[in-house]
Design a protein around this ligand. Structure first.
Ligand code: NAD
Ligand code: DAU
Length: 352
């Protein structure tokens, strides 16, 4: 029996992971702990909320008492930790929230796992920390990649907080023997992403005829992976990764921002039935993000060679699927941008 505490399961990647786990493992118990910050949205999980192997708990990963109670109550033997503040621009204006959630929150979970897992048990135990390629800093030259051995060199408060949390996870493995594993993934895209991130923000702006704010000259490079492929990789690493190890996850799929934006505008115009080039003049170059990392590119060959993972979708296919999903789910987007999404579930859980 596996009783898995997933943190941040109401967010973008977390909701895809929860859906995968709840459907694939009917004999597991999946407990989703999420504070429902602005980024958490239980409407992302409507299709699984009634499943017998799924439980949602509204709460903060920094609340040690709550977290230790959940370990006891559900006899937690696996943690998949995704809860975080995740947006670089927000970290520039509010770094303290990032340090609290990403560093102290991770430490709280580690400590609770260490204490609860002192009891002997036959069940396999694992603490899986979901991290980012941004901890490695920025690459300049084309043809170079982040490997698992690349030195940490974070530049934004977000990546500094994630790097710090990764170090705590390794410290708990090395000091207390906690069975940990870490993955560092590149940029994700797909359904249910909060529209502060490039792809959903731009799809929605094109639909509404609003400007597309491109930071700097649009020359920064990101390495994009379809979110369901990330969720599959997490499932695989959780079950088959080596204790104390790290795995990079990425799609070998680098795009210069401006090139990706051009393809995106073309795809959205096409699916909306607009003439070709219709929305190109929405592209507006704006002041660059401070400390904007030039290029990310992940070498995911360890994950491919050791565990046999590979991305299932070509980028063009994934992008069309994503654009179509946002256009088909305008109500989801409108409820997020109006703030209505917070009301229903927040009221429900606040009144308990
Ligand atoms: P997200 O911002 O969409 O979701 C974060 C979730 O965490 C939300 O549901 C939010 O309510 C919850 N949360 C925030 N603070 C909390 C707290 N104190 N207690 C409990 N829950 C809290 O994030 P995402 O894009 O899904 O990213 C998930 C994880 O994956 C993060 O750890 C992020 O660093 C990592 N990651 C993201 C990407 C990406 O491209 N989005 C890539 C690599 C790694
Ligand atoms: O690399 C993994 C990381 O990817 C994750 O760890 C983060 O949680 C996730 O937010 C993402 O970080 P980025 O900063 O790369 O993602 P974002 O969507 O914010 O921006 C992608 C690129 O587009 C980046 O170079 C900044 C640029 N951009 C972004 C926005 C929101 C713009 O030019 N204009 C914009 O309005």
């Amino acid at each position: 029996m596996r009783n898995i505490l997933v943190t941040g399961g109401a967010g973008f990647i977390g909701s895809h992971l929860v859906r995968l786990l709840v459907n694939k493992y009917p004999d597991y118990r999946i407990v989703n702990l999420d504070a429902l910050t602005y980024a958490g949205n239980l409407e992302n999980l409507r299709d699984v909320e009634g499943m017998p192997n799924y439980t949602f708990v509204k709460g903060d990963i920094c609340d040690y008492e709550l977290v230790t109670r959940l370990f006891r109550e559900y006899d937690i033997n696996g943690v998949i930790h995704l809860a975080a503040e995740s947006h670089v621009d927000r970290s520039i204006t509010d770094p303290f929230t990032f340090a609290r959630t990403n560093v102290l929150g991770t430490l709280t979970l580690l400590q609770a796992a260490k204490e609860y897992w002192k009891q002997p048990s036959d069940a396999p135990r694992r603490f899986y920390h979901v991290s980012t390629d941004e901890v490695y800093g920025a690459l300049e030259a084309a043809g170079t990649f982040f490997t698992e051995e690349t030195r940490y060199d974070p530049h934004s408060p977000y990546s500094a907080s994630k790097a710090s949390s990764d170090h705590f996870v390794r410290a708990f493995h090395d000091t207390y023997g906690l069975p940990t594993v870490i993955s560092n993934c590149s940029n994700n895209y797909g359904p249910y992403q909060f529209p502060e991130k490039l792809i959903p923000l731009f799809i929605n702006n094109i639909r509404l005829g609003k400007k597309l704010p491109v930071y700097g000259k649009g020359e920064n490079v990101r390495d994009w992976l379809y979110v369901e492929d990330h969720a599959r990789a997490i499932d695989l690493i959780f079950h088959e990764g080596k204790d104390g190890d790290t795995y990079n996850i990425g799609g070998f799929n680098e795009w210069k921002n401006i090139d990706l934006i051009t393809v995106l505008v073309t795809a959205v115009d096409c699916l909306l039935g607009n003439p070709e080039g219709h929305s190109m003049d929405l592209i507006t170059f704006v002041t660059d993000r401070p400390g904007h990392d030039a290029r990310y590119a992940i070498d995911a060959s360890k994950l491919q060679d050791e565990l046999g993972w590979e991305p299932s979708l070509q980028f063009e296919e994934g992008l069309i699927k994503t654009v179509q999903w946002y256009l088909d789910n305008q109500e989801w987007m409108d409820r997020v941008t109006s703030g209505d999404y917070m009301e229903y579930y927040n009221n429900m859980y606040n009144n308990r």
